[in-house]
Design a protein around this ligand. Structure first.
Ligand SMILES: [Mg+2]
Length: 238
């Protein structure tokens, strides 16, 4: 094995981190954050993307529209739209873009820290020492991934990670995505081990020819019956 490809949620990091820390951070700081950063160019870029998304959503959903008028009304309508998207757990690029932007400030100010399982961190260090390359493939944006690993509760782990992939390469349940990643990192799928808590992702990677291990962690969804190897301590994987 040359390459280890890791999922994040339910694999290196508790699923609860996203739902009990990252998402609540966005919701609880949104109003204050928008006020504080209102004139930042980057925020205005994200607002434009959210407006465009709201227009596209209009015929299909009961999406709250974003009003372009005075800053107070615009901000209030933005908050309605963002709360609505997050309640539906939508994964639009516009929403992810704003969330990533807010998380960056949260991590940099020390209000947020990426939570990692101890054995996952130890294993990542061991694999690197053994000469293996470690990559991340997560549905969170590459920027969000780098923040979790860069500002983790085990320090900055980015030095151990050779590269990051998100759903821009394709869906995590599509075997083509895993073929593309192997090609991109110049290895054969057979030389790559993919670890994830999601059986559909595991099946897709396996179909692409990768070796696979199912991550078993506290708080993960119950697994359907399967014939793949399982692990709850990655330091035993070599
Ligand atoms: Mg996962």
């Amino acid at each position: 094995m040359e390459v280890i490809l890791l999922d994040i949620e339910g694999t290196t990091t508790p699923i609860s981190f996203v739902h009990e820390t990252l998402f609540p951070y966005v919701l609880s700081t949104l109003d204050e954050f928008l006020k504080a950063h209102w004139t930042d160019q980057e925020l205005q870029f994200h607002i434009q993307a959210l407006e465009e998304q709201a227009r596209q959503d209009q015929p299909h959903y009961d999406a709250p529209q974003i009003i372009s008028s005075d800053p107070d009304s615009t901000r209030k309508s933005l908050i309605d739209n963002i709360q609505w998207q997050m309640k539906l757990d939508r994964k639009t690029s516009a929403l992810k873009g704003l969330q990533g932007y807010m998380w960056r400030f949260g991590y940099q100010s020390g209000q947020l820290q990426g939570v990692m399982f101890d054995d996952a961190v130890q294993a990542i260090k061991n694999w690197t020492q053994e000469g293996k390359r470690v990559y991340i493939y997560s549905s969170g944006s590459v920027e969000a991934q780098k923040l979790i690993f860069g500002y983790s509760d085990h320090g900055n782990l980015l030095q151990y990670i050779s590269g990051h992939y998100d759903t821009k390469v394709g869906a995590k349940t599509s075997s083509d995505s895993y073929r593309k990643i192997a090609e991109d990192i110049k290895t054969k799928p057979e030389n790559t081990l993919f670890i994830s808590d999601n059986i559909r992702e595991i099946e897709a990677a396996n179909q692409a020819g990768m070796q696979v291990v199912v991550s078993v962690r506290p708080g993960n969804a119950p697994l359907p019956s399967h014939n793949f190897a399982e692990s709850s301590d990655f330091t035993t994987i070599h």
